[in-house]
Ligand binder design. Structure first.
Ligand code: AMP
Ligand code: MG
Length: 412
């Protein structure tokens, strides 16, 4: 990369984070291929098709509590009355037969309410003397029965296509007897570190070398039920090797991620190689940390060249890559929840880029959200990122934040 062309690039206004996100969404084609898997393996997977209820829920009228069931026809709640208990209904074993006038059955939660019964009265409200059950005045008829289909009617949608299945969804689908689900196939993702200075854990550290931490951050960030992940190791700062490695990876994976080498230094080849063997959509954004961020395609594979600095890696992943991968995995888009919090430490910032400073969000006993900086904000400083639990998002034109100012916060 010659000095002149760098200057030309710098003169162009950098893409905002929002613009970069829009360009990514416009370029990505969400996966459509699907596979059928057992319900138990579906946690966190994305539904490929809407699932409709094969049955109504509840499937049968059943009792909402332990008590006594009877038919209120001909009875008055103005005065106490007595009914004869003729049997008991446990969950799982319905009462065989019909209730006649003057009769009731003992019933337990989930027990099927006899056809002609319309009321269940809680056991604590009655006085039971053997089979003589005394009901007090002013009890309410027609209550405590769970009606057929009051939760879901047969044919209703249970979970919509593109929903990411939660633990609750697994239970919900199981309650309707769904054994298998059709989900979007997993994304195949490879990631590499780049840099001659990197050594692996277990190797002896010498001056000038550093441990490759980015692959560990990415390993953690990419743990997801929708991803098959391949750790490709470290690529040396060698243009030909980088090109060959990326081309080979692009043939096998849906997404290739690198860290480092995305800037404009002498040994930063990512952008040039992407230009050569694929197409660059953009390679810089107005974000801090994370200005050098390349996005493009190599053949049919999407490529993200993240910065090298460790905090820039985790931040660009959270803000740019994570939503992009969800989108690519065909999951319904959910806007992240931002909170407004009172900043309890002054913050400094230079104009020009949107910043994602690392902070510690707490709540006062009165419920007020407060946030403080987690310390040194250098994009190489993992200690303050490790101490943090949120990003403090500062817009590009902000230059400082005073104690007591409100700021926007995104939880990690
Ligand atoms: P680069 O973008 O390659 O110039 O890297 C920017 C900074 O991030 C340099 O200080 C690199 O040493 C550092 N860095 C790059 N890759 C890694 C990595 N995998 N683990 C830790 N630090 C890294
Ligand atoms: Mg490097």
């Amino acid at each position: 990369m010659s000095i002149e062309s760098c200057v030309i690039y710098e003169k162009k206004p950098l893409l905002s984070v929002n613009e970069a996100q829009e360009r990514i969404y416009a370029a990505l084609s969400p996966l459509t291929q699907s596979e059928q898997i057992p319900l138990k393996q579906a946690l966190g997977r994305v539904l490929a098709q809407t699932i409709y209820a094969p049955i109504s829920l509840p499937f049968a009228r059943n009792s909402a509590m332990d008590g006594y069931a009877f038919c209120s026809k001909g009875l008055s709640s103005d005065a106490p009355f007595t009914l004869t208990q003729i049997g008991a209904v446990f969950a799982g074993s319905p009462f065989k037969g019909a209730l006649k006038e003057g009769e009731c059955v003992r019933i337990f939660t989930g027990g099927v309410v006899p056809d002609n019964a319309d009321s269940v009265i809680m056991q604590e409200q009655v006085d039971a003397q053997n089979t003589a059950i005394h009901f007090p005045a002013a009890i309410q008829f027609g209550k405590n029965i769970r009606q057929i289909g009051e939760d879901v009617r047969a044919g209703d949608p249970l979970c919509l296509a593109h929903k990411t299945l939660s633990a609750i969804d697994l239970g919900f689908l199981a309650s309707a007897g769904i054994e298998h689900v059709t989900v979007i196939r997993k994304l195949n993702i490879a990631y590499f570190s780049t840099g001659d200075e990197l050594i692996s854990l277990g190797e002896k550290l010498t001056t000038g070398k550093i441990y490759d931490s980015n692959r560990y951050s990415l390993h953690g960030l990419l743990q997801h039920p929708n991803y098959n992940v391949f750790d490709g190791g470290v690529i040396a700062d060698d243009r030909a090797l980088l090109k060959q490695t990326l081309q080979q990876a692009a043939e096998k994976f849906d997404v290739v991620i690198t860290t480092g080498g995305a800037s404009v230094g002498e040994a930063d080849y990512v952008k040039a190689v992407l230009d050569e063997c694929g197409s660059v959509n953009f390679w810089k954004i107005a974000m801090k940390p994370g200005k050098p961020l390349a996005f493009g395609k190599i053949g049919g594979c999407y490529f993200f060249g993240l910065p090298g600095n460790p905090v820039a890696v985790t931040t660009t992943f959270d803000i740019i890559l994570k939503p992009a991968l969800h989108y690519l995995a065909s999951a319904t888009h959910q806007k992240p929840l931002l909170f407004s919090a009172i900043c309890t430490t002054p913050l400094k910032k230079s104009r020009g880029r949107q910043e994602f400073q690392r902070g510690i969000l707490t709540q006062t006993p009165e419920g007020v959200l407060e946030v403080a900086t987690s310390g040194h904000q250098g994009s190489h400083v993992l200690s303050s990122a490790s101490a943090a639990n949120c990003y403090i998002i500062l817009d590009k034109d902000v230059t400082h934040v005073d104690c007591g100012d409100k700021v926007s916060v995104l939880l990690f």
